[in-house]
Design a binder for this molecule. Sequence first.
Ligand SMILES: [Zn+2]
Length: 136
Amino acid sequence: MEYKLTFKEYNEAMKTGKLLGLKCKDCGSITAPPKMVCRKCGSENLEIIQLKGTGQITTFSTINVAAEGREAECPYTIVMVKLEEGPWLLGNITGVEPLKASMDLVGKKVKMQQATIFGGDKFSAGESARPLFALV
Ligand SMILES: [Zn+2]
């Protein structure tokens, strides 16, 4: 069994502003970030598609102290976004002052702007691209 879309390819595409996902040819579900099989039915019958990058904030967290080894300007806010196509994706948010982030954010519509390069830390395998969302 092999990955239809590797995390590396997903990352590289995101750096150029493209959000990729996997569409299941059996049940139609969309999987992102990439996995080996469909997140819904477990099928390997997947095709790579480009996602719109739009969705709704389901929850958020403001980080005041970055993970050990990560160089990040704190505080910053990360959001969990339910994409229009279905999957939930973590990303950073721009245009929201971290210390003023409140429950008002939940349910707000966002669109992916570009990728932000998230530096590695003591606990990760190195830097990765992350979607940067903005309120719409
Ligand atoms: Zn499926």
